[in-house]
Design a protein around this ligand. Structure first.
Ligand code: GLU
Length: 555
């Protein structure tokens, strides 16, 4: 550069009086214990929390927690095109629904906590301008007045030249050569300009860095004079996040893999600013198998409803299930750990960034369902009652009224086959509950008179006719069952399943078939949780009413 850089810095930033040193004092080293990691999740306020983004956020949280460090939420709102009204609340609420908390940062629209703020980029203009001014002073940034037509022209020249690298750099970076007078004149005449990084990179050199998930990586050095400040003075992501990560004292930049290719650029800018380069970890994308071609692909906001975390809450997956499932994707040893520590808090899992897979993990809804069934099966009945009520209140008002009109009844209902050594595992999400227990509520009960093939309608009728005679809702479970057994022989069935298996031709069926008929008559289902308790809860009148519908069996 052929001019006094300090003079240029004052011309470009006449109002900036603070220095980088002032910022170093304002945002000091955190003084955490040795090994404590400072991580951040830095979404744009798009009003949408993608399951893949939440996954990355979780990796950040686990990294900080496992090391006794700090995690914070920063809102990156420098790209106004991506921003939507209330986009911050949607993200913060998403985390709140998961019960997940950052140690500091943005806590809601216009709200934050922590000493390293503001945590919203649009409120940090002064900081970016201070750092930008310092770069200009060092001759490492300069104004570029090229219009978009000139940049298009540059590209076609480069294509003609057969240049291997395209973009604003080296000999093509014509604004590098402007004199101070030319710059001053342009500025006086109000010509718009961007501030570019003055790259000292060498096309023939490569840089090496360590990615904590991917290991050693080698890439060509950055040579591009990247835009740092746009013509309205707003920083680009590249520049803003570097200033933020430095002054928020981030030790580990853990972000989506799409940023991996920008690392050489970021390292160059970190170094030019005189900032320590943080450690990097680029998290792979969350993928799914395409329904049509069966190929692995990124979960897409446009095509897949499950891209949004709200999808899982609407379906009524408990947050514990989703977290538990994501942990199995994050570290493959999580499942073994869980088996050994069935009730431990997920944050006590010894999470290790280095154990993450560098290839995209596959999000499998079937597996999530299985995990969720396990998670729900070990919940206490009171908890299940509260969670179903909360869910229904939000998403199914009609069911909410029915489910909550008798708390004791519904709690006992969800307690059937629960709180035991081998609890039933058949509910994965709350939206299944209404259908699963439909026979417990008259407004949802749908009678079903379809007998299994091995039971004749006349026999079913006979079973019920005899059963009504002996049924007593006050019976204890043993008596209840012995009464069912006692129906068998007179009707040509056997109470003994083994005996039936030995000589099936001698009987119409066994006690299981007799129970099935009663179960079908009372619930409309061939399979239910413990029938004895169901009948107790339904009450004598309702049970008798249903048993009397016996003559409707399909013949
Ligand atoms: N704002 C960037 C994004 O939404 C964040 C990248 C980062 O974590 O540094 O992709």
């Amino acid at each position: 550069m052929n001019y006094d850089c300090k003079k240029l810095a004052n011309l470009l930033f006449p109002d900036v009086t603070k220095t980088v040193e002032d910022l170093e004092i304002q945002y000091p080293e955190r003084g955490l214990k040795e090994g404590a990691r400072v991580t951040r999740f830095a979404p744009s306020p798009t009003g949408y929390l993608h399951i893949g983004a939440f996954y990355t956020a979780l990796v950040n949280l686990l990294t900080a927690k496992a090391s006794g460090g700090v995690s914070y939420l920063r809102i990156e709102d420098t790209d106004k095109k991506r921003e939507v009204v209330d986009g911050v609340s949607a993200i913060v609420d998403g985390f709140r629904e998961f019960g997940v908390e950052f140690s500091e940062g943005v806590t809601g629209f216009g709200a934050e906590s922590g000493n390293y703020g503001p945590y919203t980029q649009s409120l940090r203009a002064e900081i970016y301008h201070i750092v930008a001014k310092a770069l200009v002073e060092k001759g490492l940034a300069y104004p570029c007045f090229c219009t978009s037509d000139e940049l298009t022209e540059l590209r076609s020249v480069q294509e003609k030249d057969g240049a291997l690298i395209t973009g604003y750099f080296g000999k093509y970076a014509k604004c590098r050569d402007l004199t101070f007078e030319q710059i001053e004149e342009n500025i006086k005449s109000g010509k718009p300009y961007v501030l570019r990084f003055y790259s000292e990179g060498d096309e023939t050199k490569r840089i090496m860095f360590e990615d904590m998930i991917r290991g050693k990586i080698e890439m060509p050095e950055n040579v591009i004079d990247e835009v740092l400040l746009k013509s309205d003075g707003i920083p680009t992501y590249h520049f803003a996040h570097i200033c933020d990560d430095h002054f928020m004292r981030t030790t580990h930049v853990i972000r989506a893999e799409e940023w991996l290719s920008s690392v050489p650029k970021h390292i160059a800018i970190f170094k030019a600013c005189g900032f320590k380069v943080p450690k990097y970890a680029h998290v792979s994308q969350v993928m799914k198998l395409d329904e049509e071609d069966g190929n692995k692909r990124k979960i897409s906001k446009r095509k897949d409803p499950e891209a949004a975390v709200s999808y899982f809450f609407e379906a009524g997956f408990p947050k514990e299930s989703i977290l538990e499932y994501l942990l199995t994707l994050i570290n493959s040893n999580f499942e073994d750990w869980r088996r050994a520590n069935p009730t431990a808090d997920i944050y006590s899992f010894p999470f290790n960034l280095k154990k993450m897979s560098p290839s995209g993990c596959l999000f499998d809804l079937v597996k999530l369902n299985d995990i969720s069934k396990n998670v729900i099966s070990v919940m206490k009945a009171d908890t299940v009652y509260s969670l179903i009520s909360e869910w229904a209140q939000k998403y199914d008002a009609d069911f909410f009224n029915v489910f909550t009109r008798d708390k004791d009844f519904s709690t006992e209902m969800v307690n059937i086959d629960r709180e035991s050594a081998k609890p039933r595992k058949d509910i994965a999400k709350w939206e299944e509950v209404k259908e699963y227990y439909s026979y417990m509520f008259n407004e949802y009960y749908v009678p079903n008179f379809d007998l299994p093939e091995n039971i004749a309608a006349d026999d079913a009728e006979a079973i019920l006719a005899e059963y009504i005679k002996v049924y007593d809702n006050n019976d204890d479970k043993d008596t209840w069952f012995s009464k069912i057994k006692s129906l068998c022989e007179p009707l040509g069935f056997t109470p003994n399943v083994k005996e039936y298996k030995k000589n099936p031709e001698q009987f119409k069926g066994h006690v299981g078939d007799v129970s099935t008929v009663i179960r079908l008559a009372v619930t409309g289902r061939k399979n239910t949780p413990d029938l004895y308790t169901i009948m107790k809860l339904l009450g004598k009148d309702e049970v008798i009413k249903r048993l009397k519908e016996k003559n409707k069996w399909k013949k």
